[in-house]
Design a protein around this ligand. Structure first.
Ligand code: 15L
Length: 276
């Protein structure tokens, strides 16, 4: 059985993925935070990927890496720089030094969030990030391309929509990515022979999709779920939003300076002041 490293395993996507892949692979799960529950057959290794020594330690001896770790929304540059630029570089470089060939990089719809909603885009469009976070995802895609071309690594970039069992609003009707479809696409990314560098969209079979996902279909992806069955319910609850956010695929990421972080990092303990 292959051993797969999942970074950022405590996050929402990581938690869904671990449940879906249980029993199919030996999972080495890593995060800076503690995991709520560690399943049987999972090896937990705490790591701060902004430190190269940690990246080298967790990537040693695995067959493939699903690199979910990082800052997952728009936020302050400092956090994005450490986790998504330095951390991402460390994981690719550590994989190369440890001889791990295959990396699955979950990039984001926010790498192309400034495309208008009336356009259908495929994997060949040039990036149009909607945020500093989106820029960091474009950086990861570019890094993957470099490591594929220069070092012969096998890089599978998934521009992920919104991982959820059900769509939470109108925008997410277009980008819903259910956990079982996520697991299917990740399995293709791990197993498909002859990957060099690919970009695919991580979404379900949504009728309202803004993406032509032909590249994923070519590699064998057959998504099961379509957000349309929840459309009436979701649209009935939808309130009119910011006009710029409504125009572009990235929604509020195109407007906001900060989006609440669904998985904030633990606060560092303040050092106690010594009594004089
Ligand atoms: C993302 O890239 C984020 O990681 C996730 O938290 C969601 O905000 C998602 O995009 C989205 O666009 O819904």
């Amino acid at each position: 059985m292959k051993t797969i490293l999942i970074t950022g395993a405590a996050g929402d996507v990581g938690t869904h993925l671990r449940r879906e892949l249980a029993g199919k692979y030996v999972l080495r799960v890593s995060d800076l935070r503690s995991l709520k529950k560690i399943n049987k057959e999972e090896q937990f290794v705490r790591a701060d990927i902004s430190k190269m020594a940690d990246a080298l330690r967790i990537t040693r001896g695995v067959d493939a890496i699903v690199h979910l770790g990082g800052y997952s929304v728009e936020g302050p540059w400092e956090g994005i720089l450490n986790a998504n630029i330095i951390g991402c570089y460390n994981v690719f470089e550590a994989a190369r030094r440890n001889g791990v060939k295959r990396i699955l990089f979950p990039t984001s719809n926010h790498a192309v969030g400034f495309y208008r909603r009336d356009r259908t885009i495929d994997h060949r469009v040039y990036p149009k990030p909607d945020s500093r976070y989106g820029v960091s995802k474009v950086f990861g895609e570019a890094l993957g391309s470099l490591y594929a071309d220069k070092y012969g690594m096998e890089v599978f970039c998934m521009r992920i929509g919104n991982v959820n069992p059900v769509p939470i609003d109108k925008r997410r009707l277009s980008i819903l990515f259910t956990p079982r479809d996520l697991a299917q696409l990740v399995t293709i990314g791990i197993e498909h022979p002859g990957i060099r560098f690919e970009i695919v969209y991580g979404i379900s079979r949504n009728k309202r999709a803004w993406y032509d996902n032909a590249n994923a279909l070519r590699l064998g992806y057959q998504p099961i779920d379509d957000s349309e069955k929840w459309a009436a319910e979701v649209l009935a609850k939808e309130k009119p939003g910011d006009p710029t956010a409504e125009l572009y695929q990235g929604g509020m990421f195109c407007v906001a300076e900060e989006i609440p972080n669904p998985a904030p990092l633990p606060k560092k303990k303040k050092a106690k002041k010594k009594r004089k």
